[in-house]
Design a protein around this ligand. Structure first.
Ligand SMILES: CC(=O)N[C@H]1[C@@H](OP(=O)(O)OP(=O)(O)OC[C@H]2O[C@@H](n3ccc(=O)[nH]c3=O)[C@H](O)[C@@H]2O)O[C@H](CO)[C@@H](O)[C@@H]1O
Ligand SMILES: C=C(OP(=O)(O)O)C(=O)O
Length: 424
């Protein structure tokens, strides 16, 4: 296994470019299953473990893909298997994204139930509810979801989501674009990744109104075409890099971003005392002498993202006073806290709220990644900790951060990747 060995205490200074978004790439790649002719060319796809897993999944279904220099080409004309097997689905929950497109194009699909998750319950009931509304019959047996469209074709419907779900909105959208008639999705997720999916589908020929809002109206079409598409930037990676600069007292510029999508994070960074200079396409952060404690509550977009909550918690260990961290998307997403405390942080969890007392001098030790953003949080803590921090099980980090240690080292960090045996 790989670990990251971080020699902390170096200020980050310089410029870095944001990668393409993982969380928009996945539904966009899934959506290629909707078209049976031509070849898609998808640019700015990050070279990540999750992308490789998802590509393996669609290849298993019969797609043909090639990936080079962040461009993925996909042909889905030969797709014939409608079965997403456990061996691939268990590696990544987002595999559920194949359900909507397969059902819409072929009238049926069989997808393994995704496994459990490191940061609390993550049900898929809303995905299934949306498919049922669109006319699918769903059965769950022997760990698989089997979905069949009545009369072989999905029918447009009204789908009211009781809670905002990125994945269920994406799946409903991909199913509705080829359904017969009109579909209205209310309380749709308005995350930039869903907006990107809408734009991608529209470029393929889908008819969607309300892109970027919480009500999507879709008029089903009979076929969709392969297109060329450039993916959006990864707002979570960009936010993580800015937080990394701030925790080290550094000054960095992140290029290749759209500041509007970072608004909630930038607002909190400004509150914490950072100076932010924006140009179209870049953001520069200069750290303050002392960080000001700043509470956050993670909620659906445009509020502060849950995927930045752990990194924010790490940052607040260096602020002068008490910060309160609440996550309304995943109430129990706090696996990083015991590990931060092992580095010397003082954080308590009371009633689903993390209370961070800063500033604390962190000192390097071995810590364990438990999920993707928890790993990023530990890397941030390692950047400011005295001595050497070893972040173990970085395969979690590799799911979602492209060349993270290279990017941080280019800004002045001192991180090496080393092999280790977990039980030696
Ligand atoms: C690949 C990807 O894009 N992953 C992101 C996506 O995950 P994902 O799409 O899985 O997350 P959702 O937006 O669906 O989850 C939001 C909330 O809805 C609940 N829920 C969801 C589905 C369902 O069927 N039933 C249900 O109750 C979840 O438990 C959670 O409390 O959005 C999350 C919230 O921004 C992010 O943390 C993930 O990084
Ligand atoms: C939780 C995440 O991803 P996933 O939904 O794929 O687990 C994430 O990107 O932080």
């Amino acid at each position: 296994m790989d670990k990251l060995v971080i020699r902390g205490g170096r200020r980050l200074i310089g410029s870095v470019t944001a990668s393409g978004s993982k969380n928009s790439s996945l539904p966009v790649i899934a959506a290629t299953l909707l078209s049976g002719n031509g070849t898609f060319t998808l640019h700015r796809i990050p070279d990540l473990q999750d992308i490789s897993t998802f590509t393996q999944l669609i290849n298993h279904l019969g797609a043909q893909t090639s990936f080079s220099d962040n461009t993925l080409t996909v042909s889905t004309g030969n797709v014939e298997s409608l079965l997403a097997p456990y061996e691939l689905v268990k590696k990544m929950r987002a595999s559920i994204y194949v359900l909507g497109p397969l059902l819409a194009r072929f009238g049926e699909a069989k997808v393994s139930l995704p496994g459990g998750c490191a940061f609390g319950p993550r049900p898929i009931d809303l995905h299934l509810m949306a498919m049922e509304k669109l006319g699918a019959e769903i059965t769950i047996e022997t760990g698989f979801i089997t979905a069949k469209a009545r009369n072989g074709k999905l029918q447009g419907a009204r789908i009211d989501f009781p809670v905002s779900s990125v994945g269920a909105t994406g799946n409903a959208l991909m199913a509705a674009v080829l359904a017969e008639g009109k579909t209205t999705i209310s309380n749709a997720a308005a995350e930039p990744e869903i907006e990107a999916l809408c734009r991608f589908l529209a470029s393929m020929g889908a008819r969607i109104e309300g892109t970027g809002t919480t009500e999507l109206i879709i008029e089903g079409v009979t076929s969709l075409s392969a297109v060329e598409f450039t993916n959006v930037f990864d707002r979570i990676e960009a936010g993580t890099l800015l937080a990394a600069a701030a925790i080290t007292g550094g000054t960095i510029t992140v290029d290749g971003v759209e500041n509007e999508q970072l608004k909630s994070v930038l607002k909190k960074l400004a509150h914490a005392g950072c100076t932010l200079t924006q140009t179209p396409g870049s953001i520069t952060l200069a750290s303050p002498e002392k960080l000001i404690p700043t509470d956050i509550t993670a909620k659906p977009y445009p509020s502060f993202p849950t995927d930045m909550q752990a990194q924010w918690t790490a940052l607040m260990t260096q602020a002068e006073g008490t910060s309160r961290i609440t996550d309304k998307v995943y109430h129990e997403r706090f696996n990083h806290i015991p590990e931060l405390n092992r580095l010397g942080a003082h954080i308590e969890i009371k009633k689903n709220q993390a209370i961070v007392e800063g500033p604390r001098r962190l000192s390097g030790t071995k810590v364990m990644s438990t999920d993707l953003r928890a790993s990023a949080c530990l890397v941030l803590a390692g950047l400011v900790a005295e001595g050497v921090t070893e972040v173990l099980r970085v395969y979690h980090l590799d799911r979602g951060y492209e060349q993270i240690e290279m990017k941080l080292n280019s800004l002045g960090a001192d991180i090496t990747r080393e092999k280790y045996k977990e039980f030696s």
